[in-house]
Design a protein around this ligand. Structure first.
Ligand code: ADP
Length: 536
């Protein structure tokens, strides 16, 4: 049932919406003003967490679980916002997270600043549509500038990849172990990267990140293969198989029950025995089929009958049952095997290979490690750390590192960090604005100011005087120091190339795109029509 309005047509075929009784409507400037205020509140919430010296937020969910983080995407994901504009901004942050995996806080801060900047112009009498058009032009130009200043790198150059990974992890709790985690992330991404269209494509889902509290973060492991959080199914099976030939089976190693209840009347014990013998024969045949292919390890997505387990154990085959479908796919990618859906299809060609399959004890659990695969296209990172909270934060750091490394491997260009590219783009936009006239010029200047707020926010969060930082940055960029940005650790303006602080170009392009889209969307709304509450 439509809750907001009942659609109808006029005689000319024009759709009209007739509001349902009880719906509320906020119109025109009042709607815009409300939206602008909400956008500012969301921005203010994440602003103080921007950058490596940003503050952490303690998030408590409705069950009382606590997350401490300064990761913009996590903060926004956990927020249970009600207002539609707030939801919109949260969506944009999530989209940025999904697209490039970094720059979420920056994109929210930038869209908030763009919206505040627009508010000033609108109050001066510039129509919102004119502001939006000006912003769109400015963003297009900003992307051209960013492309122009970016440094082109080799997609497999580990030195560059390490620089961007370390920058992405700088703001997280676990920054002291960042170099080790960065190397693991680089190993993982380069391992699964596949050549395509003259470049590389990285499927981040091929990198399985498993976490287990216990040990130290430095115990975090890169496994050239897959770790399955399941144990070997039968006590009599080997716990370790070298030179493993792996069957991946997506069918039950059981006798399937009929779909509806059936009754078999057994009248004498011989019949009963024949019945059981037949069952055993079928199961033994299944195991023989597997054995005949040369397999010595089985991963089964479904169940394995007790008797089948027994036969497998007798043949010295290591088996794991009820493996998740996503893990089966990763096992296939890692071992080069093929997942078969019926046992009859299984041939020696379908078997995967791993140098070692072994069950190991991880704290109180037993997990199966499939490692030493030949050029695996799926790998695992096993995250360790002193507590659940540390493991969670380490996982978020690794996620960020994986994403920025993927970004550079796929689009091999980088820009400086510390708000340098934003400051440089603002500087060049202001010069370009001189060639424009009237209201358009005002919108482009407002865009430049909003961009400049990124380094200034980094400065503020590091306890610097934003006015001093602004003057220093403007001077540096006018002197051609394109990578002059804010070093939050030393609380001063420095050249980011000297500090080795770099970010993927694609993150900055996405930030500009997402923030402009979000701001434009909010600024173009002049009517909020809310459905009346559905009576319970
Ligand atoms: P986001 O969610 O937008 O990535 P972060 O809180 O991770 O937000 O902060 C990213 C900002 O911090 C970027 O502008 C980045 O250049 C900057 N940054 C990260 N590390 C450093 C550093 N060591 N020195 C200066 N700036 C840094």
């Amino acid at each position: 049932m439509p809750q907001v309005a009942i659609p109808a047509m006029t005689s000319t075929g024009q759709p009209v919406l007739i509001l349902k009784e009880g719906s509320s409507e906020t119109k025109g400037r009042e709607a815009l003003r409300n939206n602008i205020e909400v956008a500012k509140i969301i921005t203010d919430l994440v602003r103080t967490s921007l950058g490596p010296r940003g503050m952490d937020k303690m998030l408590v969910d409705s069950l009382g679980d606590v997350t401490i983080t300064n990761d913009g995407a996590t903060i926004l994901k956990e927020l249970d916002v009600q207002h539609p504009t707030a939801k919109l901004l949260v969506e944009i942050a999530k989209a940025t997270d999904a697209e490039v995996g970094d720059g979420t806080t920056t994109s929210v801060v930038l869209s908030g600043e763009l919206i505040s900047g627009a508010q000033e112009l609108i109050e001066k009498g510039v129509h919102p549509t004119v502001v939006v058009d000006g912003y769109r032009k400015a963003s297009k130009r900003a992307m051209e500038i960013l492309n122009g200043i970016a440094i082109k790198v080799s997609p497999t150059d580990r030195e560059w990849l390490r620089k961007v990974a370390l920058t992405a992890m700088a703001s997280k709790v676990v920054s002291s172990v960042a170099p080790k985690l960065a190397d693991i992330a680089i190993d993982a991404v380069l391992q699964v990267a596949e050549k395509r269209d003259g470049g590389y494509k990285v499927d981040i889902d091929s990198i399985k990140v498993e976490k287990k509290p216990g040990g130290a973060i430095t115990d975090t492991l890169f496994v050239k293969g897959i770790v399955i959080d399941k144990e070997v199914v039968h006590g009599g099976m080997p716990k370790k198989v070298e030179n493993a030939k792996i069957a991946l089976i997506n069918a039950p190693l059981e006798i399937e029950k009929p779909e509806f209840d059936t009754k078999i009347n057994v009248t004498d014990p011989a019949q009963m025995k024949a019945f059981l013998d037949e069952e055993a024969r079928i199961l033994r045949e299944m195991v023989q089929k597997i054995k005949a292919t040369g397999a010595n390890v089985v991963f089964c997505q479904k169940g394995i009958d007790d008797l089948a387990q027994h036969y497998l154990a007798k043949e010295g085959i290591l088996a794991v049952r009820r493996v998740k479908m996503s893990d089966m796919e990763k096992l296939a990618k890692a071992t080069g095997g093929r997942v078969v859906t019926t046992l009859d299809d299984l041939t020696p060609n379908d078997l995967g290979y791993a140098a070692l399959v072994e069950e190991r004890k991880i704290e109180e659990d037993k997990w199966v490690f499939v490692e030493g695969c030949k050029d695996p296209k799926a790998v695992t990172i096993l995250v360790r750390g002193g507590s659940q909270r540390i493991v969670d934060e380490a996982e978020r750091s690794i996620h960020d590192a994986l994403m920025v490394v993927k970004d550079v491997v796929e689009s091999p260009a980088v820009v400086g960090g510390g708000g340098a590219p934003e400051a440089e783009t603002a500087y060049q936009l202001r010069q370009w604005a001189q060639t424009l006239s009237g209201r358009e010029q005002l919108a482009v200047l407002a865009y430049a100011n909003a961009l400049e707020r990124i380094p200034l926010t980094l400065a503020e969060n590091a306890g610097m005087n934003p006015l001093d930082a602004k003057t220093e940055l403007a001077k540096a960029h006018s002197e051609g120091r394109r990578w002059a940005g804010v070093d939050p650790f030393e609380s001063k303006v420095v050249d980011m190339d000297a500090k080795n602080v770099y970010e993927p170009l694609s993150v900055k392009l996405q930030v500009v795109k997402a923030a402009t889209e979000a701001a434009s969307m909010v600024l173009r709304i002049d009517d909020i029509i809310a459905a009346s509450k559905v009576k319970e």
